[in-house]
Design a protein around this ligand. Structure first.
Ligand SMILES: [Zn+2]
Length: 1066
């Protein structure tokens, strides 16, 4: 005997006859022939056994083999009485064809729009963060947009009016550079700002088109026909409006201030445009600055050291020495005057990378230097000299002492700086150049120090720098300053110094700090408002709140002007002679109205007269327009103003922003600042952040390493379909749902293969449900009260799953859904309910109660599972929905033609009302079933049985209550609850005591947590095999007209149909 492939335990081979004196426990028996095996040929059994395809794959193979061996016997005269699965929903996803078909179906029927319009639970607005319209999409984009789509689709099912307007960030330097790089030198000379802007706009729009195509292919639903683009006139006008409101509230100012300046891009940079690559080395120097002899009243304490007294300083940017305006000390530190003396073993104490200044080489010189006391030992060893402490005093004693500028001899003051002056490095005295450093600038404000910045846009010294004029500060300028100091005996030591240094993230070249005339948004002016607004927002994950709070409280004023062409202009006019800016309500309003119709290009092609409002037109000759554009973070940071609140159902604030963690200092923050400054609150109620996508080993993806996973290839396949097969959008989406995105996430071919396997299991589950409901009508449903126990338990499990899944959607923890559903499908359905159900479904009789009750449960599973999976796997869910064998009606009586019209499944609280003792009993039955399967497995290995249907299971429970419950199940009136069906064996009997080993050759035991035990024995089933259902029964042979049938099958074929209780249709 061998495997009936449609039944369980298909690979269990032959047996050894054994039993003799078996106690009777169950139904019928008699003669045998094969049957169902042949019928299975059209259904590859693996297809119907999600989760166990491998184990069962031998079915058809075996069948084919047996057939070849001539074991055909009867062609199956009862074949037509069986109800085998049937559906047009294929096991193969065929996603390359099917997904685009489904997307087309949605688009043609405007499903998203229609569903959203009809929904009645209020609006849900996830405001899209605009990707940059430059280049093709990578896996990070896919993760981001699919997460958004999962949320939007879930909210659609939850009856919300979902509006999702996709956006693109279109201005900025990278696009401007791409345009410039695409032109030769001559063409560039011909280039006017307007020509450049036209080319840049075309480039951005082309990119939008191609990126949009990709997003659509991911199955992302959005208002693709009307996206927001930051280059659109109405967007630019909204941005000017935000700028204007901030300006009128006094939050915008023009100032000379050190900013991060990129000589390579010739522009100021925002903090978000900087990166700090490893391995930057600066030329750091220790220098001494000669103190002047006429200190104010204070300093008899210094008198004795003149004229040989110096301040010791240290800097990593020697080129800023010409801009030196003061030396700052920390009033809380103790300082010392040390006498520099030659060191005995000088040659060994200095490291070779150091270059010693001339001043140390002249050992006859008397030299007294002020340094922080704590640093004396360090400096001693570093300088390779002995430093004898002559006197100590607090930093405050040095305030207002004077020294001579090392280059031009000006007298400069010693000032008190802040906490930034420490003894971690340097000398404890800080060279202060307010034109070249943020802290220096603040200290400079306090003491009214001059802001000197003798450096031009290209990073070269200006005339103001005297003899250094024209030198590049980062190269020969630096060298020249060091050389100059050494010649003037001011250089103690030069050493190369590795540290973090800001680079331009686009050109990958070092930046400088440089004071320029710029426009600023005064973050200081509304910082507290911003911090308060952060507290009102729900941050997911929670630690994000600390991040953005820290970044907002520490950020300096926002430099919003850029000296570039491809952007939105800062709408300001300057007086041609006085350079006084003209910026007020009238000018802003007029420029805004011009731009709203003509676009920002108008700023470049219209006359100043036309750009000025009526009131100022007569002054047109006295004014010229500014040429600065706005920081692109101001563009995207104004998106809430351009998109939200524009129509009634696009409400402000947004319910949700969802982007990568890097946006805490980018878009989340710029949006927060513009919104707080003009609306007094954050533009979002909740913010979800996700990590970065890394390769399978946790490494950053890079083209040079060759570990890049391209979302396009995941969907359609790479160059080699063997190495990179195409999985379709749903497998990509399943991956998105599977990762805990609050940290960095991994993807690679191995992970994708696993995803594809799980996708197949889910697809197989839906296919099982669809194919066994081919003749189902909602009016066939059995009422809940009438359902067998096992069916009630199945519904209890289903309802629990639906609730857990809902909770996970609500908290955006999709990986939990992935885990819950996967386990449910494999353990609860495939390995248990579906496995057992096949007998009822196939041989239970078309109209039989047992079959109809099972279909009632399956229909509930189909309708609920399809919908809870739909946000993650919309194509799969829609494909299943389009193959529904019956119509699903909404509460208003209309049919749900698309899965997203069907709404989230209504709760069925009754299903959860199963008494806890029943739940516990079923859990016990599941454990018992595992033990029974284990014993059956050994019986099969011991050649007692082949198929599990050839077995008789003996049970003995030492706990009387359990024993009687098991007995109850043995005698269950409805066939579904019978233990024989649950174990998929022909017979089960309950014994008063464990049987002897001679009678029952295979045994096992299940020990409960409470100490109770159930003994399990397996022997050969009695009677013969029923031709129709393959169960063994002693009744087989007792019906003259059907000598090969058991009683059950005989009744089904000949007897009256059992009554089906009709319940309300679900
Ligand atoms: Zn039968």
């Amino acid at each position: 005997m061998e495997a009936p492939p449609l039944f369980r335990l298909s690979s269990r081979p032959a047996f050894r006859a054994s039993s003799s004196c078996l106690v009777w426990s169950r139904s019928n028996a008699a003669v045998v022939v094969t049957s169902i095996r042949q019928l299975s040929s059209s259904f590859r059994d693996g297809d119907f056994f999600p989760g166990s395809s491998k184990r069962r794959a031998r079915g058809p193979v075996m069948a084919a083999k047996k057939e070849a061996e001539g074991e055909k016997q009867n062609e199956g005269k009862y074949k037509h009485t069986l109800n085998l699965p049937k559906t047009g929903f294929s096991m193969r996803a065929n996603s390359a064809v099917r997904e685009p078909e489904i997307q087309k179906l949605w688009e043609e029927n405007q499903v998203m729009k229609r569903v959203a319009e009809k929904n009645g639970a209020g609006t849900f607005i996830l405001h899209d963060g605009p990707p940059y319209a430059n280049g093709s999409l990578h896996m990070g984009h896919a993760l981001n947009k699919i997460l958004k789509d999962i949320i939007n689709r879930y909210k659609l099912l939850q009856d919300y009016k979902v509006r999702f307007v996709p956006g693109w960030d279109c201005h900025g330097l990278p696009i401007e550079l791409k345009v410039l790089q695409s032109m030769d030198e001559d063409a560039r000379k011909e280039l006017t700002p307007i020509k450049l802007r036209k080319k840049a706009a075309k480039f951005a729009r082309d990119t939008v088109v191609s990126q949009m195509k990709s997003f659509k292919r991911y199955g992302v639903w959005a208002e693709w026909d009307k996206p927001y683009l930051t280059l659109a006139p109405e967007y630019e006008a909204a941005q000017i409006e935000v700028f204007g409101q901030m300006a009128l509230q006094g939050y915008i100012y023009r100032g000379r201030k050190p900013v991060h300046w990129s000589p390579s891009s010739r522009t100021a940079l925002a903090e978000a445009e900087l990166e700090y690559p490893e391995g930057h080395t600066s030329r750091s120097i220790y220098a001494i600055l000669k103190m002047v002899q006429s200190p104010p009243d204070s300093s008899p304490l210094l008198t004795e050291f003149f004229p040989n007294l110096f301040l010791g300083i240290w800097t990593t940017t020697p080129w800023t020495i010409p801009a030196n305006a003061a030396v700052a000390v920390n009033s809380q530190l103790t300082y010392a005057i040390v006498e520099v003396q030659p060191c005995e073993n000088e040659s060994t104490s200095r490291e070779s990378k150091l270059k010693v200044g001339n001043v140390l080489k002249d050992e006859s010189r008397k030299l007294f230097v002020v340094v922080a006391l704590e640093l004396v030992p360090t400096l001693q060893s570093k300088w390779g000299v002995k430093l004898e402490v002559k006197k100590t005093f607090p930093g405050s004693a040095l305030e207002k002492c004077g020294y001579l500028h090392p280059i031009d001899g000006r007298e400069c003051p010693v000032v008190i700086g802040g906490d930034y002056i420490t003894t971690e490095s340097g000398t404890g005295l800080v060279h202060t150049a307010p034109g070249h450093g943020q802290e220096d600038y603040i200290t400079g404000l306090k003491y009214s120090l001059p802001i000197i910045s003798p450096v031009d846009d290209l990073g070269k010294f200006t005339e103001e720098a005297g003899e250094f004029n024209g030198l590049d500060v980062l190269s020969d300028g630096n060298v020249a300053v060091v050389k100059f100091l050494d010649e003037k005996l001011s250089l103690v030591l030069e050493e190369s110094y590795r540290h973090k240094y800001p680079y331009d993230w686009r050109t990958k070249k070092p930046t400088i700090f440089r004071a320029t005339e710029q426009w600023f948004a005064s973050v200081e002016g509304f910082r507290q408002l911003a911090l308060d607004a952060i507290n009102e927002v729900s941050w997911i994950p929670q630690q994000a709140q600390n991040r953005i709070t820290a970044m907002t409280s520490s950020r300096s004023d926002w430099c919003i002007s850029r000296q570039r062409t491809w952007g939105v202009p800062i709408p300001v006019f300057y007086h041609v002679t006085s350079r006084e800016p003209l910026l007020n309500e009238e000018t802003i309003s007029h420029v805004k109205s011009v731009i709203s119709t003509k676009g920002a290009d108008a700023w470049w092609y219209m006359s100043t007269e036309d750009l000025l409002p009526q009131k100022y037109k007569h002054l047109a000759s006295e004014y010229e327009r500014g040429t600065d554009t706005m920081d692109v973070w101001f563009d995207s940071g104004s998106s809430w103003a351009a998109v939200l609140g524009q129509t009634e159902d696009l409400t402000f604030p947004a319910d949700l922003y969802l982007e990568g963690t890097d946006q805490h200092r980018g878009w989340f923050q710029s949006s927060l600042l513009t919104s707080v400054a003009t609306r007094g609150r954050a533009p979002y109620s909740s913010v979800v952040t996700h990590g970065f996508v890394l390769d399978e080993k946790g490494m950053k993806m890079s083209k040079s390493v060759g570990n890049v996973v391209d979302p396009e290839n995941v969907i359609s396949g790479g160059k080699s379909q063997k190495d990179e097969p195409g999985y379709g959008a749903d497998v990509l989406r399943l991956w998105v749902s599977s990762v805990d995105y609050t940290g960095d996430v991994l993807i690679g071919q191995q992970i994708l293969r696993q995803m594809s396997d799980i996708y197949r299991k889910l697809r197989g589950t839906l296919r099982y449900l669809l194919s066994n409901l081919h003749d189902w009508k909602p009016e066939h449903a059995v009422s809940y009260e009438e359902l067998p126990k096992i069916d009630k338990f199945a519904l209890y499990q289903l309802e629990n799953i639906v609730n857990s899944v809902k909770e996970s959607y609500e908290t955006y923890q999709f990986y939990k859904i992935f885990q819950i559903v996967q386990r449910f499908v494999i353990v609860d359905l495939s390995n248990f309910y579906f496995d057992i159900a096949k007998d009822r479904l196939y041989v239970g009789g078309t109209e039989g109660f047992t079959r109809r009750s099972c279909q009632t449960v399956l229909a509930a599973h189909l309708l609920k599972l399809t919908r809870i999976l739909a946000p993650i796997l919309p194509h799969l869910a829609e494909d299943a929905w389009q193959n529904l064998p019956f119509e699903y009606s909404l509460s208003d009586g209309s049919a749900a033609k698309f899965v997203f019209q069907s709404k989230w499944p209504n709760p069925d609280d009754q299903w959860l009302s199963l008494p806890s003792q029943d739940i516990n009993f079923w859990r016990k039955i599941l454990e018992l079933r595992s033990e029974v399967n284990r014993v059956l497995e050994t019986a099969r290995a011991g050649k007692l049985i082949g198929s599990s249907l050839e077995a008789l299971v003996h049970l003995h429970a030492d706990d009387p209550a359990t024993s009687s419950k098991l007995q109850e199940l043995c005698e269950a009136k409805n066939d579904a609850d019978a233990l024989t069906r649950i174990f998929i064996t022909s017979q089960v009997e309950i014994l008063p005591s464990p049987a002897g080993s001679a009678a029952v050759p295979f045994e096992g035991e299940l020990a409960g947590e409470d100490g109770s035990k159930i003994w399990v024995g397996v022997s050969r089933a009695v009677g013969s095999k029923c031709e129709r259902c393959w169960n063994y029964s002693s009744k087989v042979g007792s019906f003259a007209d059907h000598p090969t049938l058991c009683k059950r099958c005989y009744d089904i074929i000949e007897g009256p149909l059992p009554v089906v209780v009709v319940a309300d249709a679900r």
